[in-house]
Write a new protein. Sequence first.
Length: 159
Amino acid sequence: MRITSKSARIGSLQVYMPMRESQGQIQRTALSTQKRIINKGHLQQYNVENSHTPIISKETFEKAQLEMARRRKLRGVTEENRSRHSNKYVFSGKIICGECGSRFRRIRWGRGEKYKKYVCVCRNRDEKGPEGCSMKAVDEEKLKEAFVRMVNRQIKDKR
């Protein structure tokens, strides 16, 4: 399914002028020094058709897009509740924020192996900061421990 989800597979690219944020303003910057920012419509995008040899036909790509949209509709997925993440971790897509109703995502905190720590954080909080949601991050290990305690309690209650 991954091969049919990117327009680059059909020989098209979507590009924009590299920019960076500096003191609340958007400025052009060299490709080698650019800081990655999310383009939320403030940067003009350009579609470059036939920029390289496609690996699937445009018709196959469009059929796949329609099928993926049909499946999303069956599952009740909308742009507001859609996750860009793969759900390859235990709690991915399964924890819903009690404050705003958004899904939690797993992120890494700390630099290097010594300080590495994984936490689950509300998507709104992660993208918009404290203004987006007041829910704080939850340590993944504590979440796993709480889950095991809950399952053990359920098993104990059934006996």
